[in-house]
Design a protein around this ligand. Structure first.
Ligand SMILES: CC(C)(COP(=O)(O)OP(=O)(O)OC[C@H]1O[C@@H](n2cnc3c(N)ncnc32)[C@H](O)[C@@H]1OP(=O)(O)O)[C@@H](O)C(=O)NCCC(=O)NCCS
Length: 157
């Protein structure tokens, strides 16, 4: 299945995918601005959106802002494919590196990123809010973020 580049016209299906798949999904307003301003690619299965990735290019780097696969489509290599495509795109833009932040508890995402050559370069204490067990917004505390980088140039000292 080829990649599709999304735009604001995909807002409704993007919000639907994110809300049913991710307890930490962005609010609709954030999707609206991201679909307008960022590079968003996706994959469909039988016409239905099941995976997406958001990349923000800046002057010398790119930042991975969001990566999501619907629960029923996980462990089939979709995230790995989207990530590989975003690395290719970053290189084509002559970015020096691609950056991302990930929850320290997100072992699935960490395994994926390290398998694609991302290395850990920092940690932000208490960066992300945690949800309660029942996924309501009741605050259960906070957790650290890990900062990961994939370098395309020789790593500076
Ligand atoms: C993390 C996520 C994007 C992975 O998507 P996916 O399509 O299932 O991942 P892939 O099938 O491409 O997996 C590629 C590799 O990542 C690792 N991986 C993926 N899911 C994993 C899991 N649940 N446990 C351990 N490793 C996992 C494995 O190394 C896997 O390779 P393998 O299947 O050959 O063992 C998906 O679980 C998801 O959408 N989670 C919720 C949102 C999220 O956490 N996004 C990342 C935010 S930074």
């Amino acid at each position: 299945m080829p990649f599709e580049q999304l735009s604001l016209s995909n807002l409704v299906e993007v919000v639907e995918l994110a809300e049913r798949s991710d307890p930490y999904a962005w609010p609709e307003e954030q999707w609206r601005s991201s679909l307008r301003d960022d590079w968003v690619i996706a994959k469909r299965v039988q016409g239905k959106l099941v995976a997406l990735l958001v990349l923000r290019p800046t002057f010398f780097e790119t930042e991975l802002l969001y990566l999501l696969v619907a629960p029923e489509a996980r462990r089939q290599g979709l995230a790995a494919d989207l990530l590989a495509k975003s690395l290719e795109h970053s290189k084509a833009l002559n970015a020096e590196r691609m950056l991302l932040e990930v929850r320290v508890s997100n072992l699935a995402a960490l395994a994926l990123y390290t398998s694609k050559g991302f290395i850990r370069e920092g940690r932000r204490k208490n960066y992300y809010p945690l949800l309660a067990e029942d996924n309501t917004s009741a605050n259960k505390g906070r957790e650290d973020a890990l900062l990961l980088t994939h370098w395309f140039i020789e790593q500076p000292d």
